[in-house]
Design a protein around this ligand. Structure first.
Ligand SMILES: [Cu+2]
Length: 359
């Protein structure tokens, strides 16, 4: 029986290690929600070659196009991929992971913990059955009176210790990686939980806020999205680069959770919690509020849309936000006009300058 209780404690310890909270609470007060400051991004007029030559009109059009594409502000919500970033029918495992940390954690679960737990459970079950059959009263009328066996006691102490150490190494490594702060260059998204919807503000991009509400069933189906996970305005972020997510709440505790990104962090009024997220590839990833927060707790889903950098920038502009470097790109086409030599050369220089500035 001592063996059984040992294995029970191993299983429990393993569980504790795996389910250690992902949240890192910090004690700094939440910054106030700043009012959105929309600014209109206008493609700069190409005021280059004013000279009235035959080629002037054509030359003028080129830099205008270049400037317009440099300040792209088009956005069409990405269609979700079936089964990606969302629960699947009859699924019993974690969702497929789209962050490196998630893949690591998923590996730890399926390739380390699960085999150990299964092996221990089967071993204990086998031992119990063997004892019940072999040493039942009918088959074993004179029970053994042995109470100690040093060798066995050393083994059943050492083996569980080694198993625990083996599990602890990757577990603590994962824990440490989950707490790694985002680099200074990371895009910041402040996630605010409200009863019962989410607000996403972008302090590095003009501090506009996107308010995100669940779509009704009819609208979700019309857009080809999973009902009760689809929202009107998604949290849009760049793919493949670090994002600093700061969570807070305005009323009660919510929890910002996206299973396929291995991300879960409480959103607590008066506090700001911070955690880094790197999404490996573009896509739409769904989640839900994961802290019981009132009557409509089950109806404040999360939809994260990861886009390539250029498309993310375009989305920011479409929301009236600012993108670092836009001012430079906007100013560039006009510059060569000052050093006019011939209209044709000038037009060529202007056309060449705009895409270069956009890099
Ligand atoms: Cu909530």
């Amino acid at each position: 029986m001592a063996f059984a209780s040992w294995t029970k404690s191993i299983g429990f310890a393993a569980l504790v290690l795996v389910t250690a909270p992902l949240a890192l609470a910090q004690t700094s007060p939440a910054p106030p929600v700043a009012a959105p400051t929309p600014s209109t991004q206008v493609a700069p007029a190409a005021d280059a070659p004013a000279a009235a030559t035959a080629s002037a009109a054509a030359a003028e059009a080129a830099p205008a196009d270049a400037a317009a594409s440099a300040l792209d502000s088009s956005y069409t919500p990405m269609a979700p991929t079936a089964g990606k970033g969302m629960p699947v029918d009859k699924g019993i495992d974690f969702q497929k992971q789209y962050s490196e940390l998630g893949e690591y954690a998923h590996w730890l679960d399926t390739s380390v913990l699960l085999p150990i737990i299964v092996a221990i459970s089967l071993l204990v079950l086998g031992l119990l059955i063997w004892v019940m059959v072999r040493y039942r009263a009918a088959a074993n009328p004179n029970p053994s009176r042995v109470t100690h066996n040093t060798t066995i006691e050393v083994i059943w102490t050492l083996v569980p210790v080694l198993i625990l150490v083996g599990v602890a190494v990757p577990s603590i490594d994962l824990l440490a990686k989950q707490y790694k702060p985002a680099p200074a260059s990371a895009v910041t998204v402040k996630v605010t939980g409200y009863q019962w919807y989410w607000g996403y503000s972008y302090p590095d991009n003009g501090d506009f806020e996107v308010v995100s509400n669940m779509l009704n069933e009819e609208e979700a189906i019309k857009r080809g999205e999973p009902h009760q996970l689809a929202v009107d305005n998604r949290m849009v972020v760049p793919a493949g680069e670090p994002i600093r997510i700061i969570t807070t709440a305005s009323d009660v505790i919510h929890s910002f959770s996206v299973p396929s990104l291995w991300f879960k962090m409480d959103a607590v009024p008066g506090r700001s919690n911070e955690k880094m997220l790197i999404i490996k590839e573009p896509g739409v990833y769904y989640g839900q509020c994961s802290e019981l927060c009132g009557a409509r707790h089950g109806f404040m889903p999360i939809a994260v849309e990861a886009l390539p950098r250029a498309k993310f920038d375009a989305w920011v502009r479409s929301q009236g936000g600012t993108v670092k470097g836009d001012e430079v790109a906007a100013a560039a086409p006009a510059a060569p006009a000052a050093a006019t030599t011939t209209p044709a050369a000038d037009a060529a220089a202007t056309a060449a300058a705009a895409p270069a500035a956009a890099q």
